[in-house]
Design a binder for this molecule. Structure first.
Ligand SMILES: [Zn+2]
Length: 334
């Protein structure tokens, strides 16, 4: 038997319910949905969180579908899914909430007396901390960008080695080709949300192995990446001994240990000349750009780069991110 958010779910059963999380000025109750798939046999709790940023859907879709398809007689332990953890941002199909403009993945563990988004984070994390033995937090790239699925794991100072080891095993088992390792003890080029108050970092600090699955593009549902999320969750469940069998090995996995955004100096229109997964040598063309003149300019990368994600929306202003690249990477051998 599992009891989560005050709901009892018997072994071998599924439950779908919604948790009140606040109210709007006209008294509409804000809720976020919860799915519990409780295996017939005892085992760990894998908690899958989605849509912490309101436009990021592929991972949540995969988790929803998978919890319906699992044969619970074969499952040891429990899968808990919070597919829409940020309901206000989701309502607007925006990364952050229009009510308080707070990025939810920067405010964990949350604050019960804080702004609405901080309260969502608190409500969610209190239960997660109580129950979860392992966490996958699904994201996507922002809506103007595209990427093949990639994973991100963080080295957080002070986290015990045995927690990092399990997180690493989960990340590898997840089984996507492109994988990132971000050492928060080193100087990073990361966006602020990646280094402070993120759900995965908060979990790791509390001894819960966690990583992020970045599943393609924001604002849409992409079938191939929904399937990649489902396959990844199943592999993580095998790694955690929640399902029989070995996690399928993925050939040619790459581990990126240094990464950065590339930004553009001039406004205009761009045409990318690379795609996610490409390796581009220093001096080779990243994109063509025209600034409404006769000439097309070719913009090259300064250093050898592994393309994680690229800008799909061709309209750019000065300072816009045009690509997300690895600048140090290696074959991820066992
Ligand atoms: Zn995100």
């Amino acid at each position: 038997m599992t009891e989560v958010f005050g709901r009892k779910v018997q072994a071998g059963e599924r439950a779908y319910f919604a948790i009140p999380a606040g109210e709007l000025a006209h008294k509409a109750v804000i809720q976020f949905p919860v799915i519990v798939a409780s295996g017939a046999k005892a085992g760990p709790v894998l908690w899958i969180n989605g849509t912490v940023h309101g436009d990021e859907l592929n991972g949540s879709y995969g988790a929803w579908e998978l919890t319906r398809e699992l044969d619970l007689d074969q499952v040891s332990g429990t899968v808990i899914v919070t597919p829409i953890s940020n309901p206000i941002a989701f309502e607007c199909r925006n990364k952050i909430s229009a009510i308080d403009s707070v990025d939810m993945d920067t405010v964990f563990p949350g604050d019960p007396e804080g702004m609405l988004t901080q309260r969502f984070a608190h409500l969610l994390y209190q239960e997660m901390k109580k129950h979860a033995n392992a966490v996958i937090n699904f994201h996507t790239m922002a809506t103007p960008y595209m990427a093949d699925p990639y994973s991100v794991r963080k080295i957080v100072p002070g986290v015990p080695e045995e927690v990092n080891k399990i997180a690493e095993g989960m990340q590898r088992a997840f089984g996507v080709k492109t994988n990132c390792l971000v050492d928060l003890g080193a100087k990073t080029n990361e966006l602020p949300g990646v280094t402070n108050g993120a759900l995965d970092i908060t979990c790791l600090k509390d001894g819960i192995p966690a990583f992020m699955g970045e599943m393609g593009q924001g604002g849409k549902v992409e079938t191939a990446y929904v399937e990649a999320a489902k396959k990844g969750i199943l592999n993580v469940m095998r790694f955690l001994h929640m399902l029989e069998g070995q996690a399928a090995e993925t050939k040619g996995q790459v581990l990126i240990t240094k990464r950065r955004f590339l930004r553009i100096d001039h406004g205009g229109l761009i045409k990318m000349q690379v795609k996610p997964g490409d390796v581009v040598k220093a001096g080779e063309t990243l994109l063509d750009s025209h600034y409404y003149g006769e000439e097309v300019e070719h913009l090259a990368v300064q250093a050898d780069s592994y393309i994680i994600g690229i800008r799909e929306n061709p309209v750019v202003n000065t300072g816009d991110r045009i690509a997300f690249v690895g600048t140090e990477w290696k074959d991820w051998q066992k």
